[in-house]
Design a protein. Structure first.
Length: 478
C-alpha cells in the first residue's frame, strides 16, 4: 500500500507553528482531496486545513490542544484505498517521517523515483490551491549545474562539511533566534544539524563572561549575557537589578505578539527604508464623498477612495509594487507585479494583522470599501483564511483612526512600500493667496530604497496627494 504523509503547511507569512483545535476526521475515515480535516489556530486566525490526498486516514500526528510545527507530519493517508488500509502498515511501504526525511536528505528511495517525479512533485506541504500544480511544474525553471574545477569542488566539500543543514526550517529557527548555525554541533549522520540540535543550543543557559571580558571596552556580548541572566532571575514583585524597580510582569513573547515582533525585526533588519511625507488638502474629497452618499444612499470609505488612487499610482510607479528577495546563493532578486494585492493594517483583539484584497486593481472604490469591511470583520473574529493574510504586494495603514497625524510606518516585509494615512483635521490653509480653514491629512510613504530612488517615491506620493486634492479630475482619468 502507499501511505503519504502531509506536513503542516505554512499558514501565513512568518508563522512557524499552530495549535491543533480539533480533528474533523478520525483514523479509518475515507477522505477526499480538499476535504477539511482539521481546524488549527495560529497567532492570526482559525484555519481549516484541507486534505491534499484522497484515500483512508492512516495516522493523525497530533491531539487537540497540541502545538504543531510547520513542516512536520500532520496527517498520513493511505492512498491505496479502503482495502489497503486494513492491512498493517509494516506489510507494505510506508511514508517517511519528518526525522527520516531530514536524515535522508535529498535521497529518493529507488522504488519511488519515477512515481514521485510524475505524480507527487508538487504536493509537498502546501495547501490545495496555494501550492505547486502540474501546470506550474511544467513551466518552472531549473538551474543548470555549473561545471566546477578541482579547487571549487574541494571548497564546496569543505563548506558542506563545516555546516551541514538540509531542512530550511532549521536554518530559519537559528536565524530568528540570532544563533550562529556554524556553532551548532550536529547529531545526525556525518554531522548533519537537526532541529533538535538547534533547540538544544537555544536551551543552553547563557554563560557568564569572565571579569576581564566584561571589563573589555564595555563588551556588548558581556552586557547582553549579564542582562539575560539578571532578567531571568528577576521574578514578579522582585526588584530588577538593572533598573532598581519592582517587576510588574515578565513573560516570553508568544502567539501574535511573537509573530508581530519577528515580522517587525525582519523588516528593520532586511529593508533599508526611507520615508517621505506631505500634507494634503482633502476638503474636495470629503465633499465628493458626501455627494455620492446623497445620490446613492451609500458611499465608499475615505480609505477606499485613497486606496483607489494608490492602486492607480502603483500602475504608474510599479517599482513600489514589488519585492526584493535573497536567493540561495546570496544574490538579490527584484520581482515586479502586474496586479496589486492590497494589504491593510487591521487592529484586532489578537493584535495587528494585515489582510489583503486580492486583485485590488480590478475593483472600484465601492468594491474596495466592501472588501475592507468584510476582511476587517473576519480578521476581528479570527476567521481570516490563508489567502486573506498572505500574498499582499503593497500595504496601506490608516493610523488616523487612532487620532494621530503621522507615523513612519514599518514596511510589511517583503513588500517594497507602505502608505500611511493620518487623521483628517481642520487647519488654516492658504488657497489662492487667501487663508482658509481646510480639511488636512498627512500622507506618509515608507519605501525600500533598493527598489527605487527618492524621485520615484516622491512621484508616487505626489500623484496620490494630487488625486486626493482634486478627486473629480483624478477619477475622470482612471
Amino acid at each position: 500500500m502507499t501511505v503519504k504523509t502531509f506536513l503542516l503547511p505554512d499558514l501565513g507569512e512568518g508563522l512557524t507553528e499552530a495549535e491543533l483545535v480539533r480533528w474533523m476526521v478520525a483514523a479509518g475515515d475515507i477522505v477526499a482531496v480538499d476535504q477539511p480535516i482539521a481546524e488549527v489556530e495560529t497567532a492570526k486566525s482559525l484555519v481549516e486545513i484541507p486534505c491534499p490526498y484522497e484515500g483512508v486516514v492512516s495516522t493523525l500526528h497530533g491531539e487537540a490542544g497540541q502545538m504543531m510545527l510547520v513542516d512536520e507530519p500532520f496527517i498520513s493517508v493511505n492512498t491505496g484505498g479502503e482495502e489497503a488500509a486494513a492491512a498493517p502498515e509494516s506489510n507494505g511501504e510506508r511514508a517517511q517521517s519528518y526525522r527520516e526525511e531530514e536524515l535522508a536528505g535529498t535521497q529518493v528511495p529507488a522504488g519511488h523515483a519515477a512515481q514521485d517525479s510524475e505524480e507527487d512533485e508538487g504536493s509537498g506541504n502546501v495547501l490545495i490551491g496555494y501550492g505547486t500544480g502540474s501546470a506550474q511544474r511544467k513551466t518552472s525553471r531549473r538551474r543548470k549545474p555549473r561545471v566546477m574545477g578541482a579547487g571549487d569542488s574541494v571548497a564546496v566539500q569543505e563548506a558542506r562539511e563545516a555546516v551541514r543543514v538540509i531542512n530550511p526550517l532549521v536554518r530559519k529557527l537559528a536565524r530568528e533566534n540570532s544563533l550562529d548555525i556554524s556553532s551548532v554541533k550536529g547529531s545526525g549522520p556525518q554531522g548533519l544539524i537537526l532541529r533538535s540540535d538547534v533547540e538544544a543550543a537555544l536551551a543552553r543557559p547563557v554563560q557568564e563572561p569572565s571579569a576581564s571580558a566584561s571589563l573589555a571596552l564595555g563588551s556588548p556580548q558581556a552586557s547582553t549575557a549579564t542582562a539575560a541572566k539578571t532578567g531571568q532571575a528577576a521574578a514578579v514583585g522582585d526588584k530588577d537589578s538593572r533598573t532598581g524597580l519592582p517587576v510588574a510582569s515578565s513573560e516570553l513573547l508568544a502567539g501574535v505578539r511573537k509573530t508581530i515582533a519577528n515580522a517587525m525585526s525582519t523588516s528593520r533588519r532586511e529593508i533599508p527604508e526611507a520615508t517621505v511625507w506631505v500634507d494634503v488638502d482633502v476638503t474636495k474629497l470629503l465633499k465628493l464623498r458626501s455627494k455620492i452618499k446623497e445620490a446613492e444612499g451609500q458611499a465608499p470609505s475615505v480609505m477606499a477612495l485613497i486606496s483607489r488612487f494608490a492602486v492607480a499610482g502603483l500602475h504608474r510607479f510599479p517599482e513600489l509594487n514589488s519585492r526584493i528577495e535573497v536567493e540561495s546563493d546570496g544574490s538579490l532578486r527584484h520581482t515586479l507585479f502586474e496586479g496589486v494585492n492590497l494589504g491593510f493594517a487591521a487592529q484586532t483583539e489578537r493584535g495587528l494583522v494585515v489582510p489583503n484584497v486580492r486583485g485590488a486593481h480590478k475593483l472600484n472604490a465601492q468594491e474596495l470599501s466592501a472588501e475592507f469591511a468584510r476582511l476587517a470583520s473576519v480578521a476581528r473574529d479570527g476567521k481570516a483564511g490563508v489567502a486573506d493574510l498572505s500574498g499582499s504586494t503593497f500595504t496601506i495603514n490608516n493610523y488616523g483612526v487612532f487620532n494621530v497625524d503621522g507615523s513612519a510606518a514599518i514596511i510589511n516585509y517583503p513588500e517594497a512600500a507602505i502608505l500611511g494615512l493620518g487623521r483628517i483635521i481642520d487647519k488654516p490653509w492658504v488657497v489662492n493667496g487667501r487663508l482658509k480653514v481646510r480639511s488636512i491629512c498627512e500622507l506618509t510613504l515608507s519605501f525600500d530604497h533598493r527598489v527605487c530612488d527618492g524621485g520615484t517615491a516622491a512621484g508616487f506620493l505626489r500623484y496620490v496627494a494630487d488625486a486626493m486634492t482634486d478627486p473629480k479630475r483624478a477619477l475622470a482619468t482612471l
